[in-house]
Design a protein around this ligand. Structure first.
Ligand code: GCO
Length: 508
């Protein structure tokens, strides 16, 4: 009867040493290579020793062109990259507690150091700038701002994010800030975390503090990142923090997260950020029946509810879907809803963030079926770019013409540094090509997609997978913390420069 958990359900239970100058040189050297290999000019124009192709020629050769002003970005989150876990007054988060609990994260990895972005952000933004990245989605660590989750604000935390945002703006990189990317202050977890209604209020207070500190400079905002993953993976499977396996608690937490979103949007309106836009980052998946039997189709409807409608309907339409209320029954959700909550959750949004990674195929049950597609190095990720098109067009149809951003899309592969100190991640290039092209088809068909953030800027702490899965377009050598742009980064740089795609890369 119950939901099948599809994202990460197979998850195993279980200082930048090169200076900036060296990195830049490497980047330039690699770029020369990429321009030769991935030139968008017609083959006859390409001479090994010829000067760079003229912009006009490149435009002519582009196969896929994006609208003027389309924003190209990269994304990360605080716990996954910052490190500096005990620095400048930061409080403990649920992910500190969880990752330090033996057996929770592969190899006992933690975010204590991660990419040490906290101390290396200037160099990281240099690299971003050299690639031509136009916008950067990052998250703010709640425990840096309010170490105990409520009450006293930590000025050092605010100062850090001010420095971070200034460093982006100095390089013409537009910030997009996420307020909650899963690192809840442990002190709030000790009081019940998202199972407690008060946490929604604490979230809005913390959000208000951040708006007032950064609102002058940050114009794109997201409240929650992927509430579904917290519910499914944190509270049902127990593979993510807080490591609970209880559906009643999961659906209680779901309602309070959505309430927190609504209250945080209200606080945003009250803070009156000029030109500010706010939304949330939702991970959505198209759900396809494994065959055309009525039983498989009925299973797909239920699974679609659990993947998409359970989250988008309350936020955008102001109701929980009737079939989901019935499906979830008495497990937590109905009991958590108080009069007026759905009106609070249903705030008008300026933007909507879409995290798209994979489609889902279901057999009667509902039971998750093997997808008829190649998988990335994540066992939950069949790769299917058309699924992004299907979701984008469906969101427009079912949820209206909100300005959309792909706030995450990417894939992990078994990336290795080769003898030339490069990472030849052609499968990632192909993956991104296919998904960029699907996004552009959706735009051509009328979807109001305004930007795209590749997940992730650099390899980082991939939650229960620790440092085992590499999702970045920048390789991080965890022994030295050196950053090495992968071929995908260099290729992406060309995409940004051209605002479009040339010929598809060969399949590997
Ligand atoms: C998510 C998170 C990211 C992940 C990424 C890859 O989407 O789950 O936002 O933090 O690292 O998705 O799994």
């Amino acid at each position: 009867m119950f939901q099948l958990l599809t994202r990460r359900d197979f998850v195993r239970m279980a200082g930048l040493t090169a200076g900036v100058a060296a990195t830049s040189q490497l980047l330039l050297a690699c770029m020369a290579t990429t321009t030769d290999v991935l030139s968008t000019a017609a083959p006859t124009d390409v001479q090994p020793t010829s000067p760079p192709t003229k912009a006009a020629d490149q435009q002519r050769a582009l196969q896929v062109v994006f609208p003027k002003g389309f924003l190209w970005g990269v994304a990360t989150s605080a716990y996954q990259i910052e490190g500096a876990a005990n620095v400048d007054g930061r409080g403990e988060s649920v992910w500190d507690r969880f990752s330090h609990t033996p057996g929770r994260v592969l190899n006992g990895d933690t975010g204590d150091v991660a990419d040490d972005h906290y101390h290396r952000f200037e160099q990281d933004f240099d690299l971003m700038q050299q690639l031509g990245v136009q916008t950067y989605r990052f998250s703010i660590a709640w425990p840096r701002i309010v170490p105990t989750g409520a009450g006293a604000v930590n000025q050092q935390g605010i100062d850090f994010y001010k420095r971070l945002v200034e460093a982006m703006l100095k390089r013409d990189i537009q910030p997009m800030a996420t307020l909650f990317h899963w690192d809840l202050p442990q002190a709030l977890q000790d009081l019940g975390g998202w199972e407690s209604r008060d946490t929604a209020q604490r979230f809005a207070e913390y959000a208000d503090t951040v708006y007032r500190a950064l609102g002058d400079q940050v114009k794109l905002w997201l409240t929650l990142n992927e509430p579904k993953t917290v519910v499914d993976v944190g509270y049902i499977l127990g593979i993510h923090a807080p490591g609970v396996q209880d559906r009643t608690r999961a659906y209680t937490a779901l309602h309070h997260m959505l309430l927190g979103h609504g209250l945080a949007v209200q606080a945003f309106r009250a803070a009156n950020i000029s030109d500010g836009k706010i939304g949330a980052a939702m991970n959505v998946s198209p759900v396809y029946p494994i065959d055309d039997t009525p039983a498989a189709q009925a299973a797909a409807v239920i699974q679609d509810g659990l993947e998409n409608r359970l989250y988008l309907d309350p936020m955008i339409h102001g109701y929980y879907p009737a079939d989901m209320l019935e499906h979830i029954g008495d497990l937590g959700l109905k009991a958590a809803i108080q009069p007026g909550d759905l009106a609070t959750i249903n705030q008008p949004l300026d933007i909507l963030g879409i995290n798209y990674y994979n489609p889902i195929y279901v057999a009667p049950g509902p039971q998750i079926a093997q997808a008829p597609h190649e998988y990335s190095a994540a066992s939950w990720q069949p790769m299917y770019a058309q699924g992004m098109y299907d979701m984008l067009t469906r969101i427009k149809r079912d949820y209206g013409d909100l300005p959309l951003y792909i706030t995450e899309n990417g894939a992990p592969f078994d990336d290795e540094l080769n003898a030339d100190h490069q990472v030849d991640d052609q499968r990632r290039v192909r993956f991104l090509y296919d998904h960029f092209a699907a996004a552009q088809r959706a735009i051509s068909d009328g979807v109001n997609l305004q930007g795209y953030y590749v997940w992730s800027f650099m390899d980082n702490f991939e939650w229960a997978e620790g440092y085992n899965q590499r999702w970045g377009i920048i390789y991080v050598d965890y022994a030295t913390l050196e950053r090495v742009p992968k071929q995908s980064a260099l290729w992406y740089s060309e995409v940004i420069k051209n605002n479009g795609l040339g010929d598809p890369p060969a399949k590997r």
